[in-house]
Design a protein around this ligand. Sequence first.
Ligand SMILES: C[S@@+](CC[C@H](N)C(=O)[O-])C[C@H]1O[C@@H](n2cnc3c(N)ncnc32)[C@H](O)[C@@H]1O
Length: 298
Amino acid sequence: MPASVWLTAQTSAPAQRADRYVAGSAAHPAKMLPAIAAQAIAHYTAPGDLVLDPMCGIGTTLVEAVRTGRHALGVEYESRWAQLAARNVARATQRGGTGSGEVYCGDARNVLDLVPDEHHGRVALVVTSPPYGNSLHGQVRSSRETGERGVVKHDYRYGSDPANLAHAGTDGLLSGFTRILAHCRHLLRPGGTVAVTARPWRERGELIDLPSAVLAAGEQAGLVPAERCVALLAGVREGRLITRPSFFQMKNVRTARRLGLPLHLIAHEDLLIFTAPTSHRRRRAAQGPAHPPMHATC
Ligand SMILES: C[S@@+](CC[C@H](N)C(=O)[O-])C[C@H]1O[C@@H](n2cnc3c(N)ncnc32)[C@H](O)[C@@H]1O
């Protein structure tokens, strides 16, 4: 399988987001680096194409698509993030983006039911990342800021609804994600592309190899693995990596090393690229009742 390295963190995440996102967006615990979405969109689509993120969070994929003249659809389970995604899309169009975007609030395991029929079989690119690894998420306030002892963690949860796949456990997450990819396959045009970012994490010392599991999920969903790329979370200057770890990544690595486990900081996400088979019957998956769709207000 071909592999390549994408320079996606030459500037920091806040610099990449600049003032493109409405207030409140920073609270999402696991936003995609905008450059990952932007490079995937530039590489695999042309202006006017349709891009989908079935787990769109605050809408990074949609914002990058709209900015560059693509049309974008997003699905997000939590209404708090779906509404922010819709407002971020509106901001992108107000600021000269020539594409358009629509956000649906609902369960992406039923994304075929959420996305209007007119778009079925027309999506050129799916860009998404599954929710995972609470231990890596969140922001901190120091005792100087809070007046309390020790650091205080905040903004580390997607929401409290147990149906959010973030709370489903690894098996539930993978079966849910496989179903989402299977639905996406029917939304894609023949030969369309799926780009999924994922990172491994550790649970009680055990490595959870999410990227390999995502590869298996894609194949099970009927997609064809095409590339395994590296999307850097670190900048490259004069041939050296400039890492930008979060507080919790640093803390976890330091703790592991103190215990004799030779962990390294993760400086990239795996970017798994699949293609939709070039000829397939667009069969609607007859699976379970749909979560009621709700359009987030734009
Ligand atoms: C890793 S985050 C995606 C972040 C997004 N790429 C961004 O930049 O904002 C995964 C998202 O999936 C959402 N999610 C979890 N279960 C879902 C489901 N069943 N259907 C749709 N979205 C879901 C979570 O609420 C979370 O916002």
